[in-house]
Design a protein around this ligand. Structure first.
Ligand code: KIV
Length: 292
């Protein structure tokens, strides 16, 4: 549970957790200060109700472009647009109060140039109210990260297995099996951190690399399919809740089977409608009393 509270100050005399205290979102400096401390808890959220449920349990809500696959049924994240990310990002910000919200930059919205990245990131920040954007890529994106950060946009990096590059990578297999690939991942993480990213997501890599990157890089490294030694973890909420069954990567752990609960509820509802036992007397206005 992670709720960040600050005093309202001004005349109330309220202490940090006293009467009149207001809930405050975790800030970028507070997030960065957690390097090597208590692990940072991150989950994706794409919608208002999911953000409401997860906020207060996590440090960071990530509006990932994985929503293209999880919510929209696309085969990859590539068809996701900037407008889609903005709509979902704004809903998650409305549904949360204490978690930091980071919104993914979708494929094609930032790779062309630092200027294009700035225009996209500025729209995301203005139209959603999120605290930061995330973009995929290593050394080739360092200049862009630095351009954004110097202009007031906090950036989270994402290296290792980068789903927007699925076509060049040739699939979603774990990265860094060979020495050369492992060295490349390390160089990517260092480049993005040195360019000013406040944190780096490290996805789908051999555990040894995850540990080495976490030890070497000065900002929090958030693992997904990486290692418990990372500074934090992120997973797709629908994956841990059993709501996405297209495929289940090895690194996903199921904490609930809500997909089954939904099917059972729908089946009961269908049965009751067909039997005319729903709606019952409690579900209609001015119910007619049945005699005998
Ligand atoms: O798109 C996404 O959801 C992500 C996180 C899971 C890292 O990038």
């Amino acid at each position: 549970m992670s709720v960040h509270v600050s005093g309202t100050g001004a005349g109330t005399g309220a202490g940090a957790s006293g009467e009149g205290a207001v809930l405050k979102r975790l800030s970028i400096p507070e997030f960065s200060a957690r390097k090597g401390q208590e692990p940072l808890v991150c989950l994706t959220a794409y919608t208002f109700p999911m953000a409401q449920r997860l906020d207060g349990h996590v440090d960071l809500l990530m509006v990932g472009d994985s929503l293209g696959m999880v919510l929209y049924g696309f085969d990859t994240t590539l068809p996701v647009t900037l407008d889609m990310m903005i709509q979902h990002g704004a809903a998650v910000c409305r549904g949360s109060k204490t978690a930091m919200v980071v919104v993914d930059m979708p494929f094609g919205a930032y790779q062309e140039s630092p200027e294009q990245a700035f225009r996209s990131a500025a729209r995301i920040m203005k139209e959603t109210g999120c605290q930061a954007v995330k973009l995929e890529g290593g050394r080739e994106m360092a200049e862009t990260v630095s351009f954004l950060v110097r202009r007031g946009i906090p950036v989270m990096g994402h290296v290792g297995l980068t789903p927007q590059s699925v076509n060049t990578l040739g699939g979603y297999r774990a990265r860094g099996r060979g020495d050369q690939e492992a060295a490349g991942i390390m160089a990517d993480a260092i480049a993005i951190a040195e360019a000013g990213a406040f944190s780096v997501v490290l996805e789908g890599v051999m555990e040894q690399i995850a540990q080495a990157v976490t030890a070497r890089v000065s900002v929090p490294v958030i693992g997904i399919g990486a290692s418990a030694a990372c500074d934090g973890q992120v997973l797709v909420a629908e994956d841990i809740l059993g709501l996405f069954s297209a495929f289940k990567p090895r690194f996903v752990k199921r904490y609930a089977e809500l997909g089954n609960d939904i099917e059972e509820a729908a089946e009961r509802y269908a049965r009751e409608v067909r039997a005319r036992s729903f709606p019952g007397p409690d579900n209609v206005f001015g119910a007619i009393k049945k005699h005998g």
